[in-house]
Structure formats: structure tokens, C-alpha cells
Design a protein around this ligand. Structure first.
Ligand code: ADP
Ligand code: ZN
Ligand code: ZN
Length: 646
């Protein structure tokens, strides 16, 4: 008889992650098994062999998969539960596919059709040197800091070739499948055993892909969003994280993990190389690399030797004489667009707000349209002529008269992507205009539009974050930012970092080859250091500026953060409970830990509830993890290492 600690994939009892079972056959760590729990049968993961306990044990009912999960994945799961103070069962629900006991009928997956022209690429000296430095480290994390267009994809490909030749698998993380499909294309084209995962897969597709990886007896290449990290890769040799600064690498539900930290842990457990690639690494990642003496490998210039520097125009939005033709599209931007349309080239416009207008108000009495549940301004969508709440999705018709004073002077203010689209269509009636934002971005439409964008059938593309990501467009001549400072005013320690990244990444969409290109950045604060560093793509300048700001204000990487938010039906209850917890924490926590608040959350009302929050800052992280024990199990949401305080 053998005895094992098994972790059920459902929470059985709070404060107990594993239970001991016996088996009359010998099992390995990482086996997925069926276990009796009360009257139910649950799926469980074998965590470790133990000696016969003093109490009676129940038997393991059966084995679901005869191939064990890699030991490194078991270690990662235990680490996630511990580091993010999350029940192991919750972690396993994220790590393992759903419906593990279901029989699946496998069907052939649609082959991915590539739209690109390929030429064989010979690595340049910088790329060769980067590969050499990365391979020189047998394991551990390397920061690959390469300017936009420096050819990081080719470096990933070469690392992949060498790792596969060495008999090991590679996991490549991409921010989101969709517009990044270019990277996916490249890999599918070259490597036979590529498995792509994405967030639009059905439960069955996900399970089948996972089984294929688990049962593989040769190295595979796995590409996908952060969850691809949990694919049970055969002999993991490398984890490559593309665009490592992207916010989608942080999961916003429990376990609220950072895929970058998790990749580091998995890499250590599997003795695999980890590469974090970005033109604009997160301040914290760069700081970690420096303070832990991890290699920082740079690609300082565009990969193509004929790359022509781009012409940058910064337009001051306070100077109205620069806006003779339109209230928010500057004369410079309009003339660039005219030139591009006439010469068959493209323009890409970036703006971070969806919808048509962000405030709808009565000019007579000042009434504004707000969500009755969340008390934030409703956003106008002219295509459906409706107002919608961007927090809870409440929708209502635009009123024809003011609900308070009954006047008919209802007006709309503010700029959204739909308004930009309709205004451009008015100015350029013959142009083909496409909008890429959360309002139309299904997986299929994004892929189709991307093909149109690549082929040049779209004249003007407008988008939110999504257009800023790794696109390489042969017909693109101009990129424009409608209001570069719009994210700067947010009360968030990471606001300037995000604004910088966005500007630097958008600017980096052009200037990649011999063609003359231009950038138009419109801003009310054209001299703000973040805007200046962004348009110059000066990462080093921004990094030292931001690091000293963070140090002065006591934010990461100099402090760890824990954000605690309570959610109640009444404001009084939200305030009272936040005050109570703050008193408890202040009395219990060691010196050096700051408890800020209680304050109303940035989005104080959401879905008919009130939210108040406490922010804890500490030079040591484990104190914050311990503080979580004082947080009541209901009505509270907690987030360690929040990437935003909004
Ligand atoms: P990054 O991801 O670093 O922004 P990409 O990997 O998208 O850059 O590469 C930018 C462009 O340069 C791509 O079109 C790519 O095909 C090209 N490229 C990369 N490496 C080379 C090289 N060694 N020689 C010529 N072109 C290259
Ligand atoms: Zn009114
Ligand atoms: Zn709402």
C-alpha cells in the first residue's frame, strides 16, 4: 500500500489544501486521480508520497491520466497558492483544463493560413550577440530589451530552434492572440509541432490541446496568452515572453498572479531559460534585473539596416490655431492623412477611449447622464444612438429632452473612437476606415481586419490599446495619437508608465524600413517629461525619471503593495467595515508597514454597490501576505502586487 497527499480541485475545507489517500498501485507526483470526498468524487492532483498516517485513509478511486504532470508544474501550483495566498484548489482550477474526466472526440484544428510574404532572414550582429548571451545562461531570467523593430521575433525563433534541437520544449507567451497573430504565424510556419492556445477556445478544444501536449513524446512549441504557461510541456527548455510589459500578463481574478513572476518560478523549477522581451520593460522588471545581476541583453537599433528615422510632429492642443479645420484633428494630422490617401498609404490613429462621446449633458441646467448603478458618466454610442456604462454595461436611449428641466439642449462632449471614426468619414468620404476596439473585437473580425490592414485595403485604422501591439504593416506611413496625455491624470502610481509605454510603442509602429514615415502626437501637455521621453522612445531617460518618482513616493519596486477593497450595498457599511479593518491592521502590523485609507475606490459605485479601500505599503512582502489573514473572508477583495490602484 502507498500513501499520497492529494490536492482536490475544489475547495473542501478552508485552510486545508491537501488530504491523505491510499492506493494499491504506486503513483507518481503529478498524477491526476479521482478521490472520494464525502459523498462526492473529485479530481485531485498527487502532490507527494507520505508514510502511513495514524488515521484511517480513503482509497484513490482511479487514475485520470496515466502521464504525470511535470514536477515543475506541480511546484509552480504550490508556489502560486503560497505567494498569492490563494487556496490550492483555486490555483488548480486555473492551472488544469476543465472537464478532465470527460471523453473528448478529437477533431482536426483548422490550419492557420498565413498572409505574409516571407524572406529568409539572416540574424544581424546584435541579434547574434543577443542569442549568444541568452544561450550562455543555462537557466534563469534574461531581460531582452530591444527597441521596436529591432527583430526580437527572430531572436525568439533562434532560441526556439536551438532549444528544440536540444530535445526540449518552448513556451512562448504573447499578450493576446489577435493582432499579435503575426508572431504566431511565424512560428506555425517554421515549427511543425506548434500548439496555439487562445482565450476563445472551447472547453473541449482546450482539453484536447492540453492532452496533446501532455502525451507528446517529443519537444513541442506552445504559443498562447498567460495561461499557456500551464501547458504540461515535455521537457521544458525555454519560456519566451513577448511584449513583457503588457498588462494582460497579470490575471485579474484569483489567483491574481503575474505571468512574469510565474514564468520565473517555472523556469527555475524546470531549469529552463526565461526571456522577457520588450522595448519598454516594466520599471519593476528592469529594476529586478539590475539588482539581481540578471543579464540585460539589448538590441539598440532597428533590425533592417535601411530603416529610416521617422519624422515626429508634436502638436500642442492648447494652440487653437493648429486646429483650423477640426476641433480635435489637427491641421498637421489632416494633411498627413490627405497625403497618405493620395499615395495609397495608411494612417493608424490611437485613442484610449471607446464610444462616441464621454459626457452627455443638458446645456440648460447642467444635468449629466450617469449610470444609475455606478454613478459614472454614460458614454454615447452614435451607431446605436444609445448611452452605455463602461463598467456594468447598463444601456439606455439618448433622451430627447432633459429629464430634470425638460429643455431640449442635450449635447455630447469628449472624444471616443466612434466619434473619431464618424468625423474622419465625414472629412474623407471615400476612405476605407476601420475601428479596432473592445466594441467590435471578436476573434474572427480582428483577424479579418488585420488581413485587410496588412494588405493595405484599409486607409485609416482607429483603435484603443490593441493597435499599439506588435504590428508590422507594409503600407503604414503615419501614426497619430489623438490626445497623448489622456491617461496621465489618473490617480494611479503606474499611470505615467502606461502612458510612456503606449506612446513609445505607438511611435515604434513606423520607422522600421526604408520608407519615409511620420508620427503626429497631439497633447495638452506637450512638454511633460512622459510625453517627451515617449515620442523620443527614450526608455533609459524615462526609466531614471520614473524610478526616482517611485522612490520619492514609496511605490514599487521600493515598496510592495496590497490593495484591499470592500464591497457593500450601503455606503455606511462600506465605510464602517473599512475603518474597522484599518484599525485591526494598524494594531497588528509591524512598524514600517503603512496603511493608507480608508478611501472611496476610484470606481466607488459599481453595480449598485459601494466600494472603499485600504492600500498597504511595505518594504517586505511577507508581512502583506500575513496581513491577509486579518481580512474577513466575505465582502473583501484583496490584490497583492496590484499593477494599478484604480
Ligand atoms: P520587434 O518585435 O523587435 O519590434 P520584429 O521582430 O517585428 O521587431 O522585427 C521587425 C522587422 O524587422 C520585421 O519585419 C522583421 O522581419 C525584420 N527583421 C528582423 N530581423 C531582421 C534581420 N536580421 N534582417 C532583416 N530584417 C530583419
Ligand atoms: Zn436640464
Ligand atoms: Zn454602470
Amino acid at each position: 500500500m502507498w500513501f499520497y497527499e492529494v490536492a482536490p480541485t475544489k475547495i473542501v475545507r478552508s485552510n486545508a489544501n491537501t488530504f491523505t489517500y491510499h492506493s494499491n498501485q504506486q503513483l507518481s507526483v503529478g498524477y491526476l486521480v479521482l478521490i472520494p470526498v464525502g459523498k462526492q468524487q473529485l479530481t485531485g492532483l498527487v502532490i507527494k508520497p507520505v508514510s502511513k498516517p495514524a488515521y484511517e485513509t480513503k482509497p484513490i478511486d482511479g487514475v485520470i491520466e496515466t502521464t504525470a504532470l511535470p514536477q515543475s508544474l506541480v511546484e509552480l501550483s504550490l508556489w502560486l497558492a503560497d505567494y498569492y495566498h490563494t487556496p490550492l484548489a483555486t490555483v488548480l482550477q486555473t492551472v488544469l483544463p476543465r472537464g478532465l474526466t470527460k471523453k473528448r472526440r478529437s477533431k482536426e484544428v483548422q490550419p492557420h493560413v498565413s498572409t505574409r510574404n516571407r524572406t529568409t532572414i539572416v540574424l544581424n550582429d546584435d541579434q547574434t550577440e543577443a542569442v549568444k548571451k541568452i544561450m550562455a545562461q543555462p537557466s534563469g531570467t534574461t531581460l531582452l530589451q530591444g527597441v521596436t523593430g529591432s527583430g526580437k521575433t527572430e531572436v525568439y525563433k533562434e532560441i526556439t530552434r536551438r532549444t528544440i534541437a536540444d530535445g526540449k520544449s518552448v513556451i512562448i507567451l504573447v499578450p493576446e492572440i489577435g493582432l499579435t497573430s503575426q508572431v504566431v504565424d511565424e512560428f506555425i510556419h517554421e515549427f511543425n509541432h506548434t500548439i496555439v492556445t487562445h482565450s476563445h477556445m472551447t472547453e473541449a478544444e482546450r482539453h484536447l490541446a492540453w492532452q496533446k501536449v501532455l502525451h507528446a513524446s517529443e519537444p513541442t512549441v506552445i504559443i498562447g496568452p498567460r495561461s499557456a504557461l500551464f501547458m504540461p510541456a515535455y521537457q521544458l527548455g525555454a519560456i519566451l515572453v513577448d511584449e513583457a510589459h503588457e498588462p494582460s500578463y497579470k490575471q485579474e481574478q484569483a489567483p491574481r498572479y503575474s505571468a512574469l513572476r510565474a514564468a520565473g518560478v517555472l523556469g527555475r523549477a524546470a531549469k529552463a531559460r526565461v526571456v522577457l522581451g520588450s522595448a519598454t520593460p516594466l520599471i519593476t522588471d528592469r529594476y529586478i534585473a539590475e539588482t539581481t545581476n540578471s543579464p540585460i541583453v539589448t538590441l539598440p537599433k532597428p533590425a533592417r539596416s535601411n530603416a529610416t528615422p521617422t519624422t515626429v510632429h508634436v502638436v500642442d492642443m492648447k494652440k487653437r490655431e493648429a486646429f483650423k479645420h477640426h476641433r480635435f484633428l489637427s491641421d498637421t494630422l489632416i494633411s498627413e492623412i490627405e497625403h497618405n490617401i493620395a499615395s495609397g498609404q495608411q494612417t493608424l490613429l490611437f485613442h484610449n477611449r471607446r464610444g462616441s462621446a464621454s459626457t452627455t449633458l443638458c446645456e440648460n441646467c447642467g444635468w449629466t447622464a450617469e449610470c444609475p448603478r455606478c454613478f459614472v458618466p454614460l458614454v454615447l454610442h452614435t451607431d446605436s444612438f444609445s448611452l452605455s456604462c463602461h463598467i456594468c454595461d447598463y444601456k439606455t436611449k439618448v433622451p430627447t429632452s432633459c429629464p430634470v428641466c425638460h429643455a431640449s439642449q442635450i449635447i455630447h462632449k469628449g472624444i471616443g473612437t466612434k466619434l473619431i471614426e464618424s468625423e474622419l468619414q465625414r472629412l474623407f468620404p471615400k476612405a476605407k476606415i476601420a475601428r479596432f476596439d473592445g466594441d467590435n473585437a471578436t476573434h474572427e473580425t480582428v483577424n479579418e481586419r488585420y488581413t485587410d490592414l496588412y494588405n493595405g485595403t484599409i486607409d485609416i485604422a482607429i483603435g484603443t490599446q490593441v493597435v499599439a501591439k506588435g504590428l508590422d504593416l507594409p503600407k503604414l506611413r503615419t501614426v497619430g495619437i489623438i490626445q497623448a496625455d489622456s491617461g496621465l491624470a489618473l490617480p494611479d502610481y503606474a499611470a505615467s508608465e502606461r502612458a510612456f509605454q503606449l506612446i513609445a510603442q505607438v511611435v515604434g509602429r513606423v520607422g522600421r524600413d526604408e520608407r519615409a514615415t511620420s508620427v503626429v502626437v497631439q497633447s495638452y501637455q506637450p512638454t511633460h517629461p512622459v510625453i517627451q521621453y515617449g515620442v523620443k522612445q527614450d526608455y533609459e531617460g524615462f526609466y531614471s525619471y520614473a524610478l526616482s518618482e517611485r522612490q520619492k513616493a514609496g511605490f514599487p519596486p521600493f515598496r510592495y503593495l496590497l490593495q484591499l477593497t470592500d464591497v457593500y450595498k450601503s455606503e455606511a457599511a462600506a465605510v464602517r467595515n473599512a475603518q474597522q479593518l484599518s484599525r485591526t491592521l494598524r494594531s497588528r502590523l509591524p512598524r514600517g508597514v503603512e496603511v493608507l485609507g480608508p478611501t472611496p475606490a476610484f470606481y466607488e459605485r459599481q453595480h449598485d454597490t459601494y466600494r472603499w479601500q485600504l492600500t498597504l505599503k511595505s518594504p517586505k512582502r511577507d508581512v502583506l501576505v500575513q496581513a491577509l489573514d486579518a481580512v474577513p473572508p466575505t465582502h473583501w477583495q484583496s490584490e497583492l502586487d496590484p499593477t494599478s490602484l484604480l
